[in-house]
Ligand binder design. Structure first.
Ligand code: UD1
Ligand code: UDP
Length: 361
């Protein structure tokens, strides 16, 4: 049985690292990298560090409007699917690469397995929500990370295609946390390529959502909050907002923030596990904060991962200096910790679900 996997963005490489390893024990995998993320430290570093097999195709498609990017991907993925004639297409998450994979496959009547299915914000203003809903409705096999995601799918009449498998991000986090341990795994470089020292105590910030970076005000507020903290803040800057960050850094001369290039996954795992607290707008990072039992403030209007939000462990904030600082100041406990993201074996469960769907069990 042949499976074509479509990936393109940083979080998808991390999920594919653990799922592909399991998948390749039983199936032939052909991997398409759309090219959506392309800088070394947004793409190749993950393939190198996590031993992900080199993609069979790299489409080199990135940037432009959503329609431009998705449209170009759609055309190129279709050609490959016609050529490869797979039994299944495997997709992750909610990026434009995911949507392009889904539309290409469903129109060719190729069954789709969607991993990380069912999360819902309740607004089509968010581009990832559109990608998620459309991909879910095009897919034959829906693998949910959490019970709440499964329930959303049941409400949408998709329950019979859905299975709760747990979160492959959790599999990856457990595996690589053990590997990384307490050693700093790689050097940190500022935006000009100069080495930065990793402080013993620090906060970890990431911010890349369109909602927080389309104009300069939200980021300006977020950075002003970080500047006030009692320890340094490490901020690997996503390429989307490096220009804006440089402008703000020049204007405000921040002393407490270490602006650096995006780091590899090993380093990110180290930063999560050793941070005092985490501030982010990333779907992945807010889960990792929970996995590592770190208090998190998520700069976003909508709940994506309700399971992380129990007992104020992860709280939503507007991009407002006062609100971020107030929430970070609250006392949070990780006693009574439960495991809503599975047991670290979701990759195996995904493969079982695929086998079952093909009557291979
Ligand atoms: C995308 C996903 C988002 C995901 C994020 C992970 C969509 C709609 N959004 O957002 O769900 O959370 O990836 O990080 O698919 N760029 C570079 N170098 C790179 C990567 C990007 O310069 O290696 C530039 C692009 O050219 C573009 C901008 O950054 O101008 C934004 O990239 P894009 O892939 O469109 O969106 P992300 O913000 O990365
Ligand atoms: N991450 C990384 N390097 C960085 C920032 C984040 O490896 O410089 C990892 C992080 O640990 C998490 C994933 O990237 O596993 C999250 O990806 P991102 O925030 O880009 O996307 P999202 O999860 O929001 O879709």
């Amino acid at each position: 049985m042949k499976i074509v996997t479509v990936v393109g963005a940083r979080p998808q490489f991390i999920k594919a690292a653990v799922v592909s390893e399991e998948l390749r024990k039983y199936f032939d995998e052909v991997m398409i990298h759309t090219g959506q993320h392309f800088d070394y430290n947004m793409s190749e570093v993950f393939f190198d560090e996590m031993n992900i097999p080199h993609p069979d195709y790299n489409l080199g498609i990135s940037g432009g409007s959503h329609a431009e990017m998705t449209g170009k991907m759609l055309i190129e993925i279709e050609k490959i699917l016609l050529d490869e004639n797979p039994d299944l297409v495997l997709l992750y998450g909610d990026t434009n690469s995911t949507l392009a994979g889904a539309l290409s496959a469903v129109k060719l009547h190729i069954p789709i397995c969607h991993v990380e299915a069912g999360n819902r914000l309740g607004t089509l203003d968010n581009p990832e929500e559109v990608n998620r809903i459309l991909t879910d409705h095009c897919s034959k096999i829906l693998c949910c990370c959490t019970k709440s995601a499964l329930e959303f799918l049941e409400k949408e009449g998709l329950g019979d295609r859905a299975t709760l498998v747990g979160d492959p991000m959790y599999d990856a986090f457990l595996k690589y946390s053990e590997q990384v341990g307490d050693e700093i795994p790689e050097k940190l470089f500022d935006l000009d390529g100069n080495e930065e020292k990793v402080p013993e105590k620090f906060y970890y910030l990431t911010c890349h959502r369109a909602e927080n970076t389309a104009t300069i005000e939200p980021l300006s507020e977020i950075l002003s909050a970080m500047e006030e903290l009692d320890e340094k803040c490490i901020y690997p800057v996503h390429p989307r907002n490096q220009k804006m960050v440089r402008e703000l850094a020049e204007k405000h001369n921040f002393k407490n923030i270490i602006f650096c290039k995006p780091v590899g996954y090993m380093m990110s795992v180290y930063l999560v596990n050793h941070a005092k607290k985490i501030v982010t707008d990333s779907g992945g990072l807010q889960r990792e904060a929970y996995f590592a039992r770190k208090q998190c403030v998520t700069i976003f209007d909508h709940i994506v991962w309700p399971e992380t939000m129990t007992e104020k462990r992860n709280q939503l904030s507007k991009p407002s200096k006062e609100e971020i600082l107030r929430l970070l100041d609250e006392k949070v406990s990780f006693e009574n910790y439960d495991y809503p993201f599975g047991d670290g074996k979701s990759s195996e469960k995904i493969i079982e679900v695929i086998k079952k769907s093909q009557n291979l069990e």
